[in-house]
Design a protein around this ligand. Sequence first.
Ligand code: F3S
Length: 284
Amino acid sequence: MNIVVAESAGFCFGVKRAVSMVEEQIELHPDKKIYTYGPIIHNENVVEHFRQQGVEVMEEDSDPASYEKGIVILRSHGVSKKVQESIMAAGHTVVDATCPFVKKIHNLAKDASEKGDYIIIIGDRSHPEIQGICGWIEGRDFTCIETEEEAENFSLDDSTRKITVLSQTTFNHKKFHDLVEILGKKGYDIYALNTICNATEERQDEAARIAGEVDVCLVIGGRNSSNTRKLYDICRQKCPETYFLETADDLNREVLCSARSVGITAGASTPAKIIQEVISKCQK
Ligand code: F3S
């Protein structure tokens, strides 16, 4: 049986980096209290694994001063300036695991707003990444736009003011261009920067390609991980024999009996260890 594993399966660069920064802090500071600001990734196995090594989750809406002083690791999708400062003001040491692609957006938002630009962020305003980005805008002179209707309804009193447009890293490319086009037609002085990260799209494209070439497709990830569910739907369209697994225990060997080829992919918060266990079970 031929097993094809997607190269993009599992953690993206930013998540991998954040997880290894937690491991590094555990090793460097065995005597210190270590926290992650919110769960480091949306995978209970990983959070529990770190918890057993003494890493505590600092609740996002809690007061950092109510925790014993220690090291606080910021997650890959970043936090606002205010949150970062409140953690430092409480006497903790901040270790910034914000993905460099997200940090770049923080810096662009900060610099453009300091120069006096109005900022438009294209993305989901309820997502922590967007809330973090908005928190780096000086003067808080900004708006978030997610739909065509919101773009149509946008207006700025001072029509000569320059507008910098930025996007959420996981936003859809086509939708971003459509929204920028609507804004552009309004005659404002717009400077749009596509700050979308390709990791999600690459993973989905690769999953679709592999699913179209195999007899059975296995998608590994948490049941409540929306990006894994999306991967499952994409694969299912190309390969009717697609199965969703949380761990290797969910793999029913019978589904592999008549398969000559199996494709394997995994969501962004699936650890490499779980992917490897599924591969080993298929090989057996
Ligand atoms: Fe991952 Fe960073 Fe992109 S966290 S999805 S590599 S922006």
